[in-house]
Design a protein around this ligand. Structure first.
Ligand code: ZN
Ligand code: ZN
Length: 363
């Protein structure tokens, strides 16, 4: 189950800077690249490192309005202020940083569409909160939705987006809410006051899209055993029924137990297992085509470990066993997180199945 794997990175990503004291650090993708370099991953003949071009304005328009694009440009030149009502500040050059990152997701999509790669990784992407007309939750342009729209234009007819960020993928869901050609599945923390407040099991899509927006809202503290149970009950049956031609995964890393913003409780074990399952699903359903994007994650050293593990699992690149083990959380922490499945999560899973499985002919 191999094939070419591409890692996308450009130093221009570093211009996506929300300010010194902001929790989102611009160098998480670079840190991941440095770990993989140190492990000798790029010596593998099946691994490629590609520097993408920035996205063109026309490509941003696949999802965003011209007014909003111009607004970001103006704010970026000015170099201060806010792009939304509170948490997405501007620094000089953020436009260039944002289009560089969208360019990475588009290049990954392009390489997959042209059969030049089987798996593409743009950990600089994954900006799932951005809306057509506005920034939100640290996200400027929604590269997840842009990449999916681009692939539809290239002739793909069914695309599945699996979002494992600790927050609801609201911007991505909104972009395809009335369509049945893009299935979105989002796992996220949900509850009173938690950002962005959407993503209940009630949100299943509208019109043509009914049943094609799937939400798995999880309680604070959800750990590996419960999360992997929910993932296993929901993702494989839906994907088998939907028969996607390509998979996009938003691989936000802020559901980790040490993340300072989210309050879910995954360990690296869960991330490794999710990567394994997504990889297997991609090969069994769509000839391996899998586009992995980044997302949230506010303890940068943990994010880099999680993304490195995901890359190693999916690319199959060789790496020394002891170095691989060092990327993981301690065995003790992992064992505890795998102990039991919570009843609350079992209930959520039953609710999700009841609400959406019928639209896919699953009993
Ligand atoms: Zn593979
Ligand atoms: Zn997040």
């Amino acid at each position: 189950m191999t094939g070419k794997s591409v890692f996308l990175y450009s130093d221009a990503y570093l211009k996506y800077n929300l300010g010194e004291t902001h929790p989102l650090k611009p160098d998480r993708c670079k840190r991941t690249l440095e770990i993989l370099r140190r492990l000798g991953v790029f010596d593998d003949e099946n691994v490629m490192l590609v520097e993408p071009n920035p996205a063109a304005e026309e490509e941003l328009k696949l999802i965003h309005s011209e007014e909003y694009i111009n607004f970001v440009k103006r704010m970026s030149e000015r170099g201060y202020g806010l792009l939304d009502l509170g948490d997405t500040p501007v620094t000089k050059g953020i436009y260039e940083g944002a289009v560089a990152r969208v360019g990475g997701s588009l290049e990954g999509a392009r390489l997959l569409a042209e059969g030049k790669a089987t798996h593409a990784f743009n950990f600089g992407g994954g900006w799932h909160h951005a809306h057509r007309d506005g920034a939100a939750g640290f996200c400027v342009f929604n590269d997840v939705a842009i990449a999916a729209r681009f692939l539809l234009k290239r002739g793909f007819r069914r695309i599945a987006i699996i979002d494992i960020d600790g927050h609801h993928g609201d911007g991505t869901q909104e972009a395809f809410y009335e369509e049945s050609d893009v299935l979105t599945i989002s796992f996220h923390r949900y509850g009173f006051g938690f950002y962005p407040g959407t993503g209940s099991t009630e949100e299943i899509g509208e019109n043509e899209g009914k049943g094609y927006s799937v939400n798995v809202p999880l309680p604070a503290g959800t750990s590996d055993a419960s999360y992997l149970f929910a993932f296993g009950e929901i993702v494989p049956p839906l994907l088998s029924a939907f028969k996607p031609e390509i998979l996009i995964q938003q691989f936000g890393a802020d559901a980790h137990y040490e993340d300072p913003l989210v309050g879910l409780a995954l360990t690296t074990h869960a991330y490794e297992e999710i990567a394994k399952r997504m990889h297997a699903l991609a090969h069994s359903l769509c000839e391996g085509r899998l586009l992995i994007l980044g997302g949230g994650g506010y303890k940068p050293e943990n994010v880099a470990r999680i993304w490195s593990l995901a890359f190693l699992v999916i690319s199959g690149a060789k790496c020394e066993k002891s170095a691989y083990e060092k990327l993981h959380d301690s065995v003790e922490v992992r064992r505890k997180a795998s102990e039991k499945i919570s009843n609350e999560v079992r209930k959520v899973v039953e609710e999700v199945k009841k609400k959406v499985f019928k639209f896919h002919g699953i009993g």
